[in-house]
Design a protein around this ligand. Structure first.
Ligand SMILES: [Cu+2]
Length: 146
């Protein structure tokens, strides 16, 4: 094992650095693979949108494509816990909800997910934070917590 060959501080530091880098870019939620050419035919992305799965618990399935989110306007009740399930059909996009810790890289061929509870009412901006082309700056969606 490479780890056993770490007999000096530099080597240990680089191992730690590598692990931090790897976990940052390949979270456990990124393990599900999908054919990026068949996103619109592959559940759950064949029916993007909000689904209630429990008592004020929801799943929000979103498809990202240059330069928009589908759906691009969603309403949820205050206190809702939402599992965002996202993928991209073309290039790498970002999925960030301003003012929250929700921030994912969305890569074609992968399903990413993250769960967040919305305690505060208000309008939240979902935006792409990975440069994806000429329309990147207009790529956004709206989430309203009522
Ligand atoms: Cu973008």
């Amino acid at each position: 094992m490479a780890y056993n060959r770490c007999i000096n501080v530099n080597c240990l530091l680089s191992t730690v650095g590598y692990q931090a880098f790897a976990s940052g870019h390949a979270p456990p939620s990124d393990l599900t693979k999908i054919d990026p050419e068949k996103v619109h035919d592959t559940p759950p992305f064949d029916e993007p949108g909000l689904k209630q799965i429990g008592d004020n618990e929801y799943e929000l399935v979103m498809v990202l494509q240059s330069f928009g989110f589908t759906p691009n306007k969603v309403e949820i009740p205050q206190g809702a816990t939402v599992k965002f399930i996202v993928t991209s059909v073309d290039v790498v996009h970002g999925f960030e909800i301003a003012g929250t810790r929700v921030n994912m890289m969305v890569t074609p061929g992968h399903v990413n997910s993250m769960t967040y509870k919305f305690n505060e009412k208000g309008e939240y901006l979902i935006l792409c934070n990975e440069y994806c082309g000429t329309g990147h700056h207009v790529m956004s969606a709206q989430l309203e917590v009522k």
